[in-house]
Design a protein around this ligand. Structure first.
Ligand SMILES: [Zn+2]
Length: 231
């Protein structure tokens, strides 16, 4: 009897725990590899492209793949940097344009699995810092990037005034109480990103999203789930 009770308690705890872990969004979502493949078959622009393979000299350094991020938890398992086809090809052109000036892109994040957005929200349920899973993030749709510019010769990041994921006013695009060099660097990034089809968000100098992003579903799959269809 006692054993039965212990078993019952364990099972109900596991059930409640798994319920608490569940996470829903109101946006159109693909939750299986076969449904993702289906959407790609209907619209090849939805292909996911490996950015390191596509873009020569692209530096990728993902803070979410270590505990050195705002959640203090390693959020990524076996990550790679990928985007949908159109923004990926645009990023290649941006890299080509910057390379003429001795500069290159450094990527902090690109596609982010929806389960990670859920985990971020559980750790930090505050809209100022994390995307509410209800709406999802454009990172979950494979159409947003977090990035900066580096000097190819030194490998150093250009001064942008704040680090990545700094959630203060000084990271905002309309914050101008900064050294002229920082303002010029942010303007350089903004100009080149907009030229090839990306939009800003006002509160994060490092975040850009594909302008023509209507119709891209949230991808509720992990990196390992989608690796086999990566281009
Ligand atoms: Zn972002």
């Amino acid at each position: 009897m006692r054993l039965y009770l212990i078993l019952l308690l364990t099972v109900s705890f596991a059930f409640l725990h798994s319920k608490a872990q569940s996470c829903k969004t109101d946006s159109p979502t693909v939750s299986t590899l076969s449904s993702l493949k289906e959407t790609i078959k209907k619209d090849p622009r939805k292909n996911l492209v490996d950015l390191k393979k596509l873009i020569p000299g692209l530096l990728v350094s993902m803070p979410y793949a270590s505990s050195n991020n705002f959640t203090k938890v390693n959020l990524y398992k076996n990550p790679f940097a990928c985007l949908r086809q159109e923004p990926a090809l645009a990023l290649k052109k941006i890299q080509e344009e910057l390379s003429k000036k001795g500069l290159a892109l450094k990527l902090y994040d690109a596609f982010r699995p929806f389960p990670v957005t859920c985990k971020m929200w559980r750790l930090v349920p505050d809209r100022r810092y994390a995307a509410n899973p209800r709406n999802g993030s454009n990172h979950n749709r494979g159409v947003a990037v977090d990035l900066t510019i580096i000097d190819i010769k030194t490998g150093k990041e250009l001064k942008m005034g704040t680090p990545f994921d700094n959630f203060t006013d000084s990271a905002h695009h309309n914050f101008y109480n900064l050294p002229p060099e920082v303002i010029a660097n942010r303007r350089l990034l903004k100009t080149v990103m907009r030229k090839y089809g990306f939009n800003i968000v006002p509160t994060e100098w490092w975040h850009y999203q594909w302008m023509n992003r209507a119709g891209y579903e949230i991808i509720d799959l992990d990196f390992d789930d989608i690796r086999e269809i990566l281009h």
